[in-house]
Design a protein around this ligand. Structure first.
Ligand code: NAD
Length: 367
């Protein structure tokens, strides 16, 4: 049996929060617990220089609390970068609820979570993410105004996925322009991994433009539904050795990892999933060396946050589409900088985002 002294010494080897690999100067991390509803949540506030930290709540059956903490730290940093590079006056935050959304999510739990959000007085504003719906956000709205992504019939901007898909399409077209000299996607062989809310909407844009689309998804029902509706090929299984022009990851993160990064036979990666590079420095550099153009995920999937930002700033659909369309120009700007400075596209995007934050910090300090 381990003695108490040894156990404490072992624990001391890793600082549980500030020593986390994914800790990156986060401003505040809040652990929320409620015995009666079973709520166990973590809210990560990464940076509030540009404005309140806005980011969705993910409900997921994490294997353990370390995994949940790691996820919220990574995701909240991603939100800071996303809002900064998109030109929104928002900081970066995210929340995770530990649990299975199909069996453990109750209105009481959502209300309790909303109370925790409310206690932060608007420093963090929530929205939906994986495992959450607009209806869940409607429940959170009962106890706090610090929530976006509520139903359209309750005054919200509604489902953000179609807008996210449009932004991904814009980022993909910018990548094609940079790589092939034309943004027209006609006859390009495009693999869409994950045909859920975003992937499903994306393929409509791609087919309209005459692209040759292959889809893959672990959900067979989903695949069949899409194949019945659209002229697409279905690929069953591991596709990472297949030849393609564009790979669009629209399922979960970290699909570009030690196993896949050397196998991928594509010219462009442009998709909706968050944190596509398992290690942004290592895998970003390998992609660059292999001549694969990577469109940074946190920029090209920003349509969703542009959509919910409309609820805070009171702008309409036209402005949402205009801001999302601009992802095309920003993506090109990133590629140009990456080429000019001989850095990865991800590094270029992080630099541009951080410069905007630093400029604002300076302006704020002069006030
Ligand atoms: P979703 O749950 O509706 O769809 C995801 C799809 O991916 C599902 O059909 C699922 O079966 C499939 N999938 C899961 N694991 C897979 C695997 N290993 N291989 C193949 N398919 C797999 O989610 P969504 O809303 O479409 O979001 C897709 C991604 O985009 C997520 O990573 C999400 O975080 C990100 N994202 C979404 C939005 C948005 O507005 N919905 C905004 C920004 C980022």
């Amino acid at each position: 049996m381990i003695s108490d002294d040894l156990r404490i010494n072992d624990l001391k080897k890793v600082d549980p929060v500030f020593g986390q690999l994914s800790f990156d100067d986060h401003e505040q991390v809040i652990f929320c617990h409620d015995k009666d509803t079973g709520l166990k949540a973590i809210i990560g506030i990464h940076n509030t220089v540009l404005g309140p930290a806005l980011g969705g709540t993910r409900m997921w059956p994490y294997q353990n609390e370390w995994e949940a903490l790691n996820d919220v730290l990574r995701l909240s940093r991603g939100m800071t970068l996303k809002s900064a590079i998109t030109g929104l006056n928002l900081g970066g935050g995210k929340a995770v609820i530990i649990g299975d959304s199909s069996t453990q999510k109750t209105p009481e739990l959502m209300r309790k979570f909303g109370e925790f959000v409310h206690s932060l007085n608007g420093k963090y504003i929530t929205a939906e993410d994986v495992g959450m719906t607009t209806e869940d956000m409607d429940i959170v709205r009962e106890v706090t105004p610090y929530v976006t992504g509520i139903s359209e019939n309750k005054g919200g901007a509604g489902n953000p996925s179609p807008i996210t898909a449009f932004g991904v399409f814009m980022g993909m077209k910018a990548a094609a322009k940079f790589k092939f000299g034309t943004d027209v996607l006609e006859d390009r062989k495009i693999f869409v991994q994950g045909v859920g809310s975003v992937g499903g909407a994306l393929i409509e844009y791609l087919l309209d433009e005459g692209a040759k689309v292959t889809i893959t998804d672990i959900n067979k029902e989903c695949l069949e539904k899409i194949a019945k509706r659209y002229h697409v090929d279905i690929f069953d299984g591991d596709f990472f050795d297949e030849q393609m022009d564009i790979y669009a990851p629209c399922a979960l993160g970290a699909t570009i990892n030690d196993d896949t990064v050397y196998r991928l036979k594509t010219q462009i990666i442009a998709g909706a999933a968050n944190n596509q590079l398992a290690d942004e420095n290592v895998h970003g550099r390998i992609l660059k060396e292999r001549g694969i153009l990577y469109a940074p995920d946190f920029l090209i999937n920003a349509g969703g946050i542009i959509n919910v930002y409309a609820e805070l700033e009171n702008y309409g659909k036209q402005e949402i589409m205009r801001k999302t369309e601009n992802i095309f120009n920003t993506t090109l700007e990133i590629f140009e900088r990456s080429k000019r400075e001989d850095i990865t596209t991800n590094q270029a995007a992080v630099q541009i985002a951080n410069e905007r934050i630093e400029t604002r910090k300076l302006e704020n300090s002069k006030r």
